[in-house]
Ligand binder design. Sequence first.
Ligand code: NAD
Length: 495
Amino acid sequence: MTEPDLTRTDPRWDAFAGGPFPILLDGRLVTGNAGTGDMVAPHDRRVVGQYSIPDTAQLQAAVTSARRAVDGGEWSTCTGADRGRLLRRLGELVEQHADELAFLEAVDGGKPISGVHDNDLAVSLEALDYFAGRASYQQGTAIDTGDPLVQHRSRWEPVGVVLEILPWNGPLWTGVQRLAAILAGGNAALLKPAELASASFLRFAQLVAEAGFPAGAVQVLPGKGSVVGQALVAHPGVDLVSLTGGIETGTRILAQTAQQVKRTVLELGGKNPSLVFADADLDAAVMWTAIGGFAGTGQVCACASRVLVQRPAYEEFLQRFVAFAESFVVGDPLDPASQLGPVNGAAQWEKIWQYVETGKAESKLLTGGTSYTDPGRSAGWYIPPTVFADVDPACPVAVDEIFGPVVALTPFDDEAEAIALANDTRYGLTAGVFTSDVATAGRVSDALAAGQVFVNQWFGTGGVAIASQGYKTSGLGGAGMEKYLHHKNVFTRLA
Ligand code: NAD
């Protein structure tokens, strides 16, 4: 990793200086005809670059090109092995440009650069490698039909043209992972990066163009959700809409796709509980829960934003948790020492402060909760790790997905109460259990209504091969590569 130059003479700033980032349309990098959008650095709220926005005719051309690609075009004649080779080539390019991509993500997304290398880029590379393999080896099944003259086989087929709408909190890794799965399955992809953070993904789009995919296989079309996103969602040439984003956006998109009975996949938010039992290794529980709560400055869908602690361990846990929260290095995302950066934008920043005020009025503030005053951080959208204790489960701080560095702690007496509190939410993305008793771990993880349960750790390991879907309003429509595929059954009479 190259040491960044915090004085902005680092040559990587040039990536923003070459005019607006182009769109990727029909295999070519071109200027969008609907003007430009600003890229704003969360570190100091400065406009650092622009991206180009496609107009209605270009969106139409993108869908036409994608349709051609899957309806008999060159892309549809590529074998799984061909698709795998292209994905591997793309992986090599991402590896070669890792420093540059990390720099763009740090500046435009406000994510600490060391974390981008360790997490976002690592996941992106792993996804390209894994789905390159899956492209070649897609297993079907055969069942015994009971009739020796009738043979069954099943196969997976591409859905066709997939619209993938990306969130701002992880534009690179969410985009790369989803794109790799879409392409491995033989679909054409229309990608709509979020207007709040797109620089890393738009640079990645240039690498896609370089990798040599047939025209129409991948198109990257940035712009506002309400304009570019909505137009693509409504387009009858799009076979599947997939969103990673907020619940309100998901609801809006579902209402639109319902009119065409269009296949829709939603990966939405979470208000994820961490359950700490009194017999847990408290140091480990504190460390994992704090990492789970504050990673990405709390702007991760899988974050541990509610912590339920069994009463005998509650006071001790509070003290150690606050000490851990205060130990995070919060600062410039370009500084390799930074562990937490600013939150992503003005609206997000204001929303989080409102929740902090509610928390102060309704529960006990243990740490954080006031703005930074030093010249560096006060210029940006920085919010210190903030911890509230004795939070009533009905308080908005314990109910809503705040998507910021705010963690709510609540005590519980017994297992039944802990499970009831944990499951009393409209979300069901992730949950954690900390205990030294395997029986408790087994019972509680089975009882938690969440797509991923972490026992004595936070965040999954096992990487991109594990497909997870949230329960309740956190997810809809399938997970992993299969969500982009049709499952066909073929019955053949042999005589
Ligand atoms: P958002 O819903 O505001 O935006 C997501 C995307 O939807 C953006 O690209 C936006 O432009 C687009 N969009 C907005 N309105 C649209 C419309 N009417 N039609 C089409 N597209 C539209 O979400 P966000 O704030 O960017 O992301 C944060 C949310 O994403 C959080 O709720 C978080 O939990 C969730 N998230 C979930 C996962 C997961 O895997 N479950 C991963 C990351 C983020």
